[in-house]
Design a binder for this molecule. Structure first.
Ligand SMILES: NC(=O)c1ccc[n+]([C@@H]2O[C@H](COP(=O)([O-])OP(=O)(O)OC[C@H]3O[C@@H](n4cnc5c(N)ncnc54)[C@H](O)[C@@H]3O)[C@@H](O)[C@H]2O)c1
Length: 350
């Protein structure tokens, strides 16, 4: 695999994204200053267990802070423990934090880098499919707070991102499903990705995934560049997400699986309320189903959608729904209507 370099401009900052094999080796070679100016590796317990040897081989000598794996640890306790470890290690303003892991590590690590001494360099090495195609690109960082996902965060683009397909090889099937959720969402917004997904024999084939990751990064980068701080355009990336968040806490499913269910259910809402293309919505739902398998619709807690940060009024739910190829609409529904229609759509799917 040859190295693919993409530059992602996010406001005044630019991130260089390298898609290539042997990411840790390349990172170490490109940054000899890590051993003089200072650096720290931030990862989680699962990634440390699998890739600790590779880290020791290529980034040996750098201190490492390991958080317990899991979304439930994406909180202020982990954030401040990490900041404490950075302070104890004596990191200075010219130091670099390397966030090696999935979206949780990337989000917490990016936020810690933005806060420490008012901002030190951050390099992301995303190790899940979801983090490679989505969370490591775009500069959003956050922790969950007071029971609300991503309530406290900052826009803080990493200086560099190293995307290595090798990491995908140790992911459980559910983590591939999770990443495919965001990839299918990209497909709904970008016809060439949709066409490749629809034509793929095996959506879970690692070779196929390695090929489509750079295309997905380029697509997301294009959106981020035009709208770095989530004004109007970047809202398209919330496609299916309001309902996904309502499913996520009630079902315990992964974020991406919830996005797939969110896309299916919000397609149903779009069919009722928007001038939608039924053939496209049918093809989108079929693609979502190919990733989800035979699973029955999950439980959801519609009231969670009221907590969504994109809502403009306390009793209305604002959704970004798919309506046709590369087209979406912002749909606003009174909460009781949203809850009742979701219930009916869920029953139709059973
Ligand atoms: N910042 C953004 O723009 C953005 C976008 C989408 C999602 N997110 C956030 O990302 C998070 C979800 O990310 P995720 O799905 O990567 O979850 P995750 O970081 O929790 O990783 C999922 C699991 O896979 C394990 N893992 C990671 N890499 C592995 C590997 N190579 N082999 C084996 N196991 C590995 C992790 O330890 C974890 O148990 C959520 O918190 C979500 O809010 C952020």
């Amino acid at each position: 695999m040859k190295t693919i370099r993409l530059n992602v401009r996010c406001g005044v900052r630019e991130s260089a994204v390298f898609c290539r094999k042997h990411a840790l080796k390349a990172l170490a070679a490109a940054h000899p200053e890590l051993w003089t100016a200072g650096g720290m590796i931030f990862t989680d317990s699962n990634v440390a267990a699998r890739y600790g040897n590779a880290v020791a081989r290529w980034l040996g000598g750098l201190p490492m802070f390991v958080m317990p794996a899991g979304e439930e640890h994406k909180n202020e306790e982990t954030l401040f423990s990490l900041l404490g470890a950075m302070a104890k290690a004596g990191l200075r303003r010219n130091a670099t934090l390397i966030a090696l892991g999935g979206g949780v590590v990337g989000d917490v690590g990016g936020l810690a880098a933005s806060l420490y001494m008012r901002g030190i360099a951050c390099i992301q090495v995303p190790t899940t499919l979801l983090s490679q195609v989505d969370s490591a690109v775009g500069g959003k960082t956050a922790i969950d707070f007071c029971g609300v996902k991503n309530l406290v965060g900052a826009f803080y683009p990493p200086r560099e991102v190293y995307v290595d397909p090798v990491f995908l090889g140790t992911l459980p099937h559910v983590a591939l499903k999770c990443g495919l959720g965001e990839i299918v969402k990209h497909g709904a917004l970008h016809a060439p990705i949709f066409a490749r997904l629809s034509a793929a024999e095996d959506l879970f084939d690692l070779g196929f995934l390695a090929e489509i990751v750079p295309e997905n990064i380029a697509f997301k980068a294009g959106i981020v560049q035009k709208d770095p701080f989530e004004g109007d355009l970047r809202r398209c990336l919330n496609l299916g997400h309001t309902t996904a968040h309502a499913i996520e806490l009630a079902s315990g499913l992964s974020h991406g699986e919830c996005v797939l269910w969110g896309l299916i259910l919000e397609s149903g809402l779009a069919a009722r309320h928007c001038a939608a293309d039924p053939a496209f919505l049918g093809a989108l739902a079929q693609l979502c189903r190919r990733v989800l398998g035979e699973a029955a619709p999950p439980p959801l807690e519609a009231a969670r959608a009221l907590l969504d940060k994109k809502n403009t009024a306390a009793d209305r739910v604002t959704l970004t729904v798919p309506v046709a190829a590369e087209k979406y609409e912002i749909l606003e529904l009174p909460y009781p209507q949203y809850a009742a229609e979701l219930k009916a759509l869920g029953e139709e799917l059973c």
